[in-house]
Every structure is written in C-alpha cells, then in structure tokens.
Design a protein around this ligand. Structure first.
Ligand code: ADP
Ligand code: MG
Length: 687
C-alpha cells in the first residue's frame, strides 16, 4: 500500500456541476447516516471483484491472475485514517476520470431527482429513502477530509493511476506506482468521523451491511498473544475475515436460521422491514438451480420511476453474472427480489446470450409457478399478510392478467375484489368465493366499473341485482379495466358488465320486473316521453328505450352491444387521451315517480320550460355515475336553474319518494295523481 506517485505532475480537474450538487447534498443531508459510505465502498470493491471474476472466465491474460480475490480494511487511529483495498478489476486513467469525475451511474442521478422532489414537497430526507439508493462513491466525503484512490487495471498494458480529492470542487489525477492489480482507497477521516478509524465500528458496519458479500472481507485486528508468565503480552496483528460470505441460497433451509435470512434480505434489498414472503427453493429438473426470493412488505420506489433496476441477481455456480436480471420472471412480477443461482449456464457466452438461453426460460417457468403457489398459500394461511400483499402489489397481478395470457391459469385465484356484499371498501372476495355463492340459475359473473366503492354502490345498474340478491363485483381500481382485457371468464362463466345491454339474467327475476312495468305509464304517454328524450339528447345517445331492470332510479345508461369495449373508454380517459364521451343507450324506468312527473308535464304542456333541463340533467347525472362525465362542473348552471324552480314552488309540501331520492334534483312535491292534477299550476310558478 506504499504507492508513490511518479514524477509527472498530477492534473487538476474540476468536478462536473452535477457532482458538486450531489456532494453538497450528500455531505449536508445524509450526515446522520454516515455509516453507509463504507457499505458503498465495499459494494464497489465487490462489483470490481465480480467483474474481474467474470472477465477471467474467458481471459487469463490479466495482471496477477493468482491473487486472492478479496477486500482488505485497515484503520490507523493515530493518523485518523481508513484504508480499503481490493484485488478487483481496477481502473485505467481514463476509467478513473470517467467513473469518479462524472455521475456515470444511475443510482446517483435517481437520488438527485428524489432529493429535488422531496425538497419541492418540503419533506426532509429520511433514512428510509437513503437506504434505498446506492448513493455511490461520493458518500465517502461525508466522512473524509481527503480521499486518495490508487488503481491498477487488470489489463497488462495499462498503467497505475492515482486520483485524489478533498471533495471541494476539484480533483487531481496522475500516474502512480502500483504493481498489484486492484484499487486502494485511502481515506483521511475528518474530525467528526474518528469512529471510522476504530476496528469495532468497521467490524459492526461490515456485519450489518456487507455480511453476504461474495468475497472475503478482512479487517486487520490486534492479536493479543499472552507471552511467558512474567513477560508483558506481545502486540501483533492479524487479518480476520469478518463477513459470513455464504451463499445461503445454496444451503438447505434447515441450515439457515431466521436471523441469517433477515440480514440477507436486508443487504439484498436495503429494506429494513420484514419481507411478506420468502421463497427458498431449488430444483434438479428440468434445470438445476437454487433460488432465494422475497416479496417485500412495501412497494419500492424503483418500480415506478424511469429507473429499471428491478430484477433478480443471477449467479451461476456462485459467480454473479448479472444484477437486475429481468428475464427470470415476467415483468409484472418485478416486485419480487432475490437471487437465482443456475448450474448450467455456459460461462463462455456473452451476457446478451445468457438472456436468450433456454435454461433461463425453464427456470422462469418454475419460478412463476412457485411464486403463484406460495402466494396462494399465504392467502389461505395468513389472510392478514395477504391483504397487505394485495394492497401493495395487487395492481401488478392485474397487470399480469392484462399483459400475459400465461398468467391467467396461475394468478386468477389471487385476485381480490370488492363486491355488493362487502361490508366496506376493505372487505374483499376472490372469484372462487363469488362462484361458490352464485345462484344456481346464474350463468354469468357480474361486475360493475366505477370510481370508488361508495359511488358504485349507488349505481342504478345495481338495483335489479340488489333486489334479486345477485352479487356484483365492484371494479374500482383504474387497473381493473386493463385487467378485463385478459380476464373474460372464470371457470367457464363469462364476466359481464352490468351495463351490458344483453345480459343473460336469471329468467324468473326478469319476469317479475316486467310485470311491474304494466302498472305504469300508458304506451302512448311513454312513446311521447321517449321521443322528447331523443329530441333533447340527439346524437349524444345511441338510443332511448324502456328499461326492464330498473326498479328505483329514473334512468340508466347501458352499453350498446356492438360498442367498443366499455372498459377501454375508462382506460383512455385515465391515460389522459383525447376523450370523447362514449355513446350509450339511455334506458327509462316507466315506474319511476320522476319519469311519471316529467311525462305528466309533457302531456299537460309540451312547452313546459322545465322538461328539457330535467331530461338533460337526468342524462348528465348518469354520466357522472358512470365516471365518464368530461366536466361535472359544467352542470352547475342547470342544477341551479332547477333548484330555483324547486325553491319557487312555494308552500307545496315536498315529499320525495324515498327510494328515488338520490336521483331527484327537483323531485315533484307529491303523489303522481296529485301532480297530474296540477302540472300547469307548477309551471306557472316558473314564469
Ligand atoms: P456505482 O457503483 O453505482 O456504479 P459509484 O459511485 O459507487 O457508482 O462508483 C462509480 C464507478 O467507479 C463504478 O461504476 C466503477 O466503475 C468505479 N469504481 C468505484 N470503485 C471501484 C473499485 N474499487 N474498483 C474499480 N472500479 C471502481
Ligand atoms: Mg457503487
């Protein structure tokens, strides 16, 4: 480690602006979390060793081919120094300028962005957030007054290089004397970081953050050897390996205790909570592999940003082939974290080739099955945990159903929905539960789409179903519409939207509703009313006709049979696409008091000024209920016009029919017969 700088004067270079910004943030806001700088340096050393190991699979022409692959740490309390050395891939002059002078890695960029956003929202930086980011090499400046990096690349022709900086805006770089392959980082600690020059502290950080690093991490520690009885004990030093370094995924489950799993999970994910699910598995056929996977208990920020660093760690025979390897699981299972170690990946192929290997495809099949199986087990054995799972990751399962036909057979049972029988929004059921309590006469599974539990529960579409005690699934998650693209039936029963105009409803139930229609408006009256609706609404509706299903509400909107998938309208609206209100069929309930009163007004005086606004408002109310109104605020002037009419009705007793109350903006004051008797009187109050 006695690297002396050659005669040539080192070059002084300014840090790029974004690095200065990063340094500033790191030094000032992560201060309470200084330990992580060592984690970052060790993980860089480990990366460098992995890259070297990978290179050496095909190339023996490297500097020091027989040097032990490891990491060595040494403190000097008196000098307040910490040194970390590795025998990894090393850096050339150009690489060191590129790697330590710019922000090459995505972690830091993402970090800066998150800091900026947290700043905008006036939030502080929590340890939680920091833990999730690899802030990288620059974290060292939280603890350092000066950092010197001396490196010798594995390439035989490359020359050693030394980089040095105080983290104050510039760094120097120049030639060095270092004959052994690898990188040595010497840190002159600052006055408030003296603890990092103490072995107990360094040991503790290694144990907490880097216990499962694949290479031995040695710490130079004092060895007290008691001499002869009358001699003072002799002080010597020895290099002790601190980290566990076991590939626990290759061990039998019974040999790994809970604590090891925990700390492995923590180091893998930087999540300090407990995982919801652990899958420790291996297989011999069709391919031999070991896997240790986790489902975290919280969604990770990484799953949403532009950053694509999800994916499993792929090893082959304990050599890390690739971090964030995405081909081992379908994309929708990207919330699963973990390690896969495959026996049979040929090592002399490029990483791109590995991705296309049939071995990977086979492992993927097994893993998907295991994940689905274990989640199903969790749903049965640990319903509370499963609820948490569904809340955090349910949308990924739905995404799977929408995007991958293969997912259907494995993940359909995992779906959970609110339904018309839910006690509240958090009371969820599975499709199996639905199917088990279906009526014997029922041949379809019914669902309704809407914005939220409460709005949906009020929908006129549900009246028939409530009345006949037929359960309806409430699909209130924006992703549900996507999901339906792939999920069209369950156990041979088609899934049908309750606004579908040709449902195959249980027969006897339909007969009852039809019977009810008899005792309402006469055919003539109803025809006249329908014509007026058509006249007023024009081509905003596909058709106007009688409803056979409504029992309370005045009208509802149903989907024409040949319409574009109704769900796609919602999807488009959610995506902020140019939005056109879809044309629907307006169905009228002849038995509704509001409808009968409008009809009465029409019969009495076709020019009644309240008729058209009432029709308009009935229509737009339904657009709101359906979640497809382009701008509900536009209704306010008309609502006020109608309210004014209601307010002007004088002392007439206002008796709304209870069941129809929610749909009535200006409910007529009395029984239909009474209203029929004096429609003119009412329209007069208007004038
Ligand atoms: P990241 O590790 O996310 O790439 P860092 O800031 O931690 O970002 O490191 C930046 C780069 O510096 C690394 O990608 C690597 O190329 C180089 N580097 C850092 N430490 C070492 C090391 N010990 N040996 C070789 N290269 C290193
Ligand atoms: Mg790093």
């Amino acid at each position: 480690m006695t690297d002396t700088v050659k005669d040539a004067a080192p070059e002084q270079i300014e840090f790029r602006a974004e690095i200065r910004q990063l340094l500033d943030i790191i030094i000032h806001s992560l201060y309470s979390n200084r330990d992580i700088f060592l984690r970052e340096l060790i993980s860089n050393a480990s990366d460098a060793l992995n890259r070297l190991k990978f290179e050496m699979l095909t190339n023996r022409n490297v500097v020091d081919p027989d040097a032990e692959l490891g990491i060595w740490l040494e403190v000097d309390e008196t000098a307040n120094m910490l040194t970390i050395r590795d025998t990894g891939i090393g850096m050339t002059h150009d690489e060191i300028v590129q790697s330590l002078g710019t922000i090459a890695h995505s972690g830091a960029k993402e970090f800066l962005k998150a800091m900026e956003e947290a700043g905008k929202k006036g939030q502080g930086v929590t340890a939680d957030v920091i833990g999730q980011f690899g802030v990288g090499f620059y974290a060292v400046f939280m603890a350092a007054d000066e950092v010197t990096v001396t490196s010798r690349s594995y390439k035989p022709e490359a020359e050693a290089v030394v980089w040095s900086s105080t983290g104050q805006g510039t760094y120097t770089v120049g030639p060095a004397d270092k004959s052994e392959r690898g990188t040595t980082i010497e840190i002159k600690l600052n006055d408030t970081s003296t603890e990092f020059a103490k072995n107990y502290k360094v040991r503790q950080i290694i144990k907490t953050h880097s216990d499962f690093v694949d290479f031995p991490i040695y710490l130079k520690e004092e060895k007290i050897s008691s001499g002869e009885d009358d001699q003072p004990p002799e002080k010597t030093f020895e290099w002790n390996q601190i980290n566990e370094q076991t590939a626990i995924w290759r061990q039998a489950m019974r040999d790994v205790d809970e604590e090891k799993y925990q700390s492995f999970y923590r180091q893998l994910t930087m999540d300090f909570g407990e995982p919801l699910l652990r899958i420790h598995t291996s297989a011999d056929v069709p391919v031999q592999f070991y896997a240790l996977l986790f489902v975290p208990s919280k969604k990770d920020y990484r799953l949403f940003g532009a950053k694509e660093d999800y994916g499993l760690k792929l090893y082959t025979r304990k050599v890390l082939i690739q971090e964030n390897f995405k081909e081992l699981l379908p994309q929708y299972l990207r919330f699963v974290e973990g390690v896969v170690d495959a026996e049979d990946i040929p090592l002399n192929v490029s990483r791109e080739m590995v991705q296309k290997s049939p071995v990977i495809e086979k492992i993927k099949k097994v893993l998907v099955r295991r994940v689905a199986g274990q989640l199903e087990e969790m749903a049965g054995d640990r319903p509370d945990d499963y609820r948490t799972f569904w809340r955090e990751f349910g949308s990924f399962i739905k995404e799977g159903l929408a995007t991958d036909p293969d997912s259907k057979s494995k993940f359909t049972e995992l779906l959970r929905f609110q339904s018309s029988q839910s006690k509240d929004a958090s009371d969820l059921i599975s499709l199996k539960q639905y199917a088990d309590r279906m009526k014997s006469s029922q041949s379809e599974i019914y669902y309704i789409i809407g914005d939220d539990f409460k709005t949906v529960a009020r929908s006129p579409h549900l009246e028939y179903f409530k009345k006949h005690d037929i359960e309806v699934l409430y699909l209130t998650d924006p992703l549900d519409s996507f999901m339906l693209i792939g999920l069209t039936e369950y156990n041979g029963k088609p899934l049908k939207n309750v606004d579908d105009s040709n449902l195959d409803l249980p027969e006897e139930a339909e007969a009852k509703t039809e019977a009810k229609a008899e005792e309402t408006l006469s055919s003539d009256e109803f025809e006249t009313l329908v014509s007026r609706f058509k006249e007023v609404l024009g081509d905003r509706v596909e058709d106007v006709r009688e409803s056979k299903l409504l029992t309370n509400s005045p009208v509802r909107l149903v989907n024409p049979p040949d319409a574009m998938n109704a769900n796609m309208h919602r999807v488009q609206r959610l995506l902020g696409k140019e939005y056109q209100v879809p044309k629907k069929i307006l169905e009228i309930n002849r038995g509704n008091v509001m409808v009968q009163n409008i009809s009465a007004r029409l019969t009495a005086n076709a020019g009644d000024p309240l008729i058209n606004p009432l029709i308009e408002q009935l229509f737009e109310n339904e657009l709101v209920t359906e979640g497809i109104h382009p701008n509900p605020a536009d209704m306010i002037p008309r609502i006020q016009e109608l309210m004014l009419a209601a307010a002007q009705m004088g002392a007439a007793p206002v008796k709304a029919e209870p069941a129809a109350a929610e749909a009535s903006v200006v409910d007529p004051p009395a029984e239909p017969s009474e209203v029929e008797a004096e429609p003119n009187a009412e329209s007069k109050t208007e004038e």
